[in-house]
Structure formats: C-alpha cells, structure tokens
Design a protein around this ligand. Structure first.
Ligand code: ZN
Ligand code: ZN
Length: 350
C-alpha cells in the first residue's frame, strides 16, 4: 500500500492523491454556456422511478431491536435510510426543495422525498459526508434535531461540528479520515469510520477546503455498510480494502454487504471528473472495495450537471453488460423503495 500524503493543510484540507483545483470563473462560464447552447441536460426519456414507501415495514423494523432486517431505503439524492444493527441511520439528510442557500434560486428538487420527515421512524444516527448544499441541508438538520424522542447523533467530518453546534445541537461527533467512533447497536458494539473521498468543500465564497469531506464505513454486527458521499475516482478505495481486510477478509464474511455509491452529476467529464465519478468509475470503486453489492444514489433528484436526470441507470445497465456483471451486483432502485439485505448474524432471518 502506498502511504498517502497528509490531507491536512494550512487552513484546511486536501485530497490524498489529487489536489482539488477549483475551476476558474472562465471554466464555469464555458461549461454553463456550452450546456445552454447544446440544450443540456436533455429532458429525461422516462419518469424517474418512484414507489410508495413501505411505511408499515419500516416502522415495524425500527421496533424490531436486535431482530431488525438489514435494509436500505432510498429517500432521494444521497439521502438513504439504512436500518441495521437495530438502528435507524440516515445519510446526508436532504428533504428540502432546493439544494441552495437561497429558497428561491438554485437546483430544484425534481421528485419529492421518498419518505417524508414526518413519516420517518426515529433516527438514531445521521452521517454527514460534507458541507455542500445537496448533502448538508439546514432545514433537514433542524427538523431531525426536533424529532420526537430527541435529536439523533450527528457524525460529521473535521471542522463541521461547529456548524451543527451553532444550530443548538449538542449531539455531534467529528472525525478525521480513518478515525473510528464506537456505536452502540442493539446487537452489541459496532464501529463507524470516516474514510477519504476525492472531493472538496465550500458553503460560501471564503470557506473552500476549510472543513473535511469523506465517506463512512459502518461495521454493524448484522451488516457492513459503506457510504461514499461525493467522490471522484482515486486510489483511496484500494486503500480501504487493505485497511479493512482484518475485519472483511474471507474469514470475516467478506466485503461490504452494501455500498452506497454516487452515480450522478458526472457530465461534462472535463469539469466533473475531479469531484464526481461516472458510471464506469463507480463500478471500479465497487470492485476496489470488494463490495458484495452496490446501490447507485446521487441521481434522479437534482439536475446538477449535463447528463439527463434518468441517464445513470441506463448507463449502469450498459456498463454492467459490457463487464459481464450481474444486474444485482450494482443496482438502482426507485425513490421510496426498500432493498432488503442478507444478515451477517448466524441463524437469523434474511
Ligand atoms: Zn459535493
Ligand atoms: Zn453532491
């Protein structure tokens, strides 16, 4: 394994393998002007798949304690309700109409959340990957903090705990890359680790790279979950497989049972490649990690880039066929749909 250089820099952070170079205003304008001239993104060919949520199942499962059926439910974009270890875990909660600091301007939601905040079971743990507006949404964080039964535990990358505390929320832990946090599940102790991603951060004009970004590995007794956040392709995912071999080798039930990988906001490549994987790169991450199964998220919800909103699953199907992979190795599901996962607990159902 190549020892990655430190990601800590004066006043902020950088990627392990490829420094993020912000695009110039001229480049941003060139992208926007070209997209406008070419009429991109093209309108979707078909409606984005949406299913009514299985609320009875989700709530019964939330009450099942140690007997919970491990599963993931796609709320939309990078927001996933993961039920594992007897816990309700929410990734990058984003339930608002716009991914923007402004309520009247900025990328607008194309599909409502698959499960509304009011329909959610009580959330135990919230994983925030970074501070971009489509991943860290103030209204959603405040609504979670006010949920009946008390606020969830927020886990954020270095530098972001202040943002949470400033909103009156004390239950926040911030982690550096590779740093672990012990999580008490209803099946015993589990570990949550913040892992690197090749991306960047900024919420305003003066805070670029000041707070860290990343993904999460959650090793619950019944299910090992990986959530990438936003990322370009890098060697970081090979490093993860090496680092986690002691708990995911063949003697330990193999790799992640489910990897939530980004599958959208990748065109045009000259602009997006350093921050968002395309479908082929997402499949490479799936292989690098040694994931048993991956679910594509971060598509179909906000039009952030030049590919059509419904292109990622079509591109995924074609790429899987080219590579001779089974459709279930790396799938997409409908917004609101629940994907049930096998359990690691011997003798349990699933
Ligand atoms: Zn981002
Ligand atoms: Zn994003």
């Amino acid at each position: 394994m190549i020892k990655p250089p430190s990601h800590h820099r004066a006043g902020g952070f950088q990627n392990n393998y490829q420094d993020f170079e912000p695009k110039s205003l001229a480049e941003v304008l060139r992208w926007r002007w070209t997209a406008a001239r070419e009429g991109r993104p093209r309108p979707p060919l078909a409606a984005i798949p949406v299913l009514p949520p299985e609320l009875d199942f989700l709530h019964a499962n939330a009450r099942a304690g140690a007997a919970m059926q491990p599963c993931v439910t796609w709320i939309g974009h990078a927001t996933v309700l993961a039920q594992l270890g007897g816990l309700n875990v929410l990734t990058d909660p984003m339930f608002s109409l716009r991914a923007s600091p402004l309520s009247f301007l900025g990328p607008k939601r194309e599909q409502p959340p698959g499960v509304t905040m009011a329909q959610m079971p009580r959330i135990d743990l919230v994983l925030v990957s970074h501070n971009h507006f489509d991943h860290l949404d103030e209204a959603s964080v405040l609504a979670l903090a006010a949920q009946p039964g008390g606020p969830p535990q927020f886990i954020v990358p270095l530098g972001l705990a202040d943002w949470v505390r400033k909103r009156g929320i004390g239950s926040v832990v911030e982690l550096d890359w590779w740093q672990g946090h012990a999580v008490q599940t209803r099946q015993g102790a589990a570990e949550l680790v913040l892992v690197p991603a090749q991306h960047w951060s900024a919420r305003g004009l003066t805070d670029r790279m000041r707070t860290l970004w990343g993904g999460f590995a959650l090793f619950a007794p019944d299910c090992h979950l990986f959530f990438a956040g936003d990322t370009g392709y890098s060697r970081d995912f090979i490093d993860m497989r090496d680092r986690f071999a002691h708990r995911q080798g063949p003697a330990h039930g193999g790799g992640f049972d489910i990897a939530l990988l980004p599958l959208g906001a990748y065109e045009p490549r000259w602009f997006m490649q350093a921050q968002h994987v395309n479908v082929d790169e997402a499949i490479r991450i799936h292989h690098d990690l040694g994931a048993k199964r991956s679910l594509g998220v971060h598509w179909g919800t906000f039009a952030l880039s030049d590919e059509a909103l419904d292109e990622p699953p079509r591109a995924l199907t074609a790429a899987l066929q080219r590579q001779g992979m089974a459709a279930q190795d790396f799938c997409t599901i409908a917004i609101g749909e629940t994907l049930r996962l096998p359990t690691r607990l011997a003798g349990a159902r699933g």
